[in-house]
Write a protein that binds this ligand. Structure first.
Ligand SMILES: O=P(O)(O)OC[C@@H](O)[C@@H](O)c1c[nH]c2ccccc12
Length: 267
């Protein structure tokens, strides 16, 4: 695994041990009304939009995009919603990615879209400290405990998005009850992206679904910088794409989100 990812895992461990759960989910959840990601994707497809999950990502390993305060996160999320995104993903990892739970909270209050918490979940405490509609679980990091974390997420009212990067991780994801699988085009060892990962894995999920009478939502994640990239992911059979860097680098998050949303004719 790349040094920066190992660093994130170590700091996350320390943080979780040091602070435990800072807020009790039960306290937070007064008035919490879950937003349905599945119907958001279906609605987008029905009116010909490309289902885009737009990501608020202040930085990534070796790169800083922009400092994002909660007020700025709220503004960007609003632009994403106006431009037709189906969901907003918010980085909450505070070190390398410079995210925050405050950004997550501000975004969820600012828009009506489902919100995905993007973090390195390694402890159940993290599933109690904040509210979101979806939560990321990275198969390559959660490892053997994947099934446990999927159940825990479901019990806590989250829709888990299980992220995989290779066949082995995909196999373990398919053994769980998750209905959403994210194919990460980025390799955690080299941090390089290649959309061929989606082209390899998405058809395997479709095959599995045919054999088992199931229907997973497939999300292609990372490394999509142009409409052409999105077209490749969609042609491979994905239901939605998750885009961060290309939006963060752009002068207008609204215009850029719209470009992806309207980029290809879905029907
Ligand atoms: O910025 P990109 O290349 O558009 O990628 C977005 C998203 O897929 C990426 O941020 C991501 C995918 N999996 C993660 C896990 C942790 C942190 C970040 C990520």
């Amino acid at each position: 695994m790349h040094a920066s990812i190992l660093h994130i895992l170590n700091t996350t461990k320390t943080r979780v041990q040091a602070f435990g759960s800072q807020a009790c989910r039960e306290d937070l959840s007064t008035g919490f009304e879950k937003r349905d990601f599945f119907s958001a994707v279906a609605d987008a497809k029905n009116d010909g939009r490309v289902p885009v999950i737009a990501e608020i990502k202040p930085a990534s390993p070796g790169r800083t995009f922009r400092d994002i305060s909660p007020a700025m996160a709220a503004k960007l999320a609003w632009e994403m919603e106006e431009a037709g995104a189906v969901a907003v993903s918010v980085l909450t990892e505070p070190g390398v990615f410079r995210g925050s739970l405050e950004n997550l909270d501000a975004v969820r209050k600012a828009v009506c879209l489902p919100v995905l918490r993007k973090d390195f979940i390694i402890d159940r405490v993290q599933l109690e400290e904040a509210e979101s509609d979806l939560v990321l679980l990275i198969a390559g990091i959660v490892g053997e405990e994947l099934e446990f974390f999927v159940e825990l997420a479901l019990e806590n009212g989250f829709d888990p998005l299980v992220e995989v990067h290779n066949r082995k991780e995909l196999e373990s994801a398919l053994k769980t009850d998750t209905r959403i699988i994210g194919i990460n085009n980025r390799d955690f060892e080299t941090l390089k992206t290649n959309i061929a990962t989606t082209e390899e894995l998405a058809p395997l999920i479709r095959e599995y679904d045919l054999d088992h009478g199931t229907r997973h939502l497939i999300i292609s994640e990372s490394g999509m910088n142009s409409v052409e990239d999105v077209r490749r992911a969609v042609q491979a059979g994905t239901d939605a794409v998750l885009i961060g860097s290309a939006l963060m680098e752009s002068d207008s998050v609204f215009d850029k989100t719209k470009e992806f949303v309207q980029g290809i004719c879905w029907r």
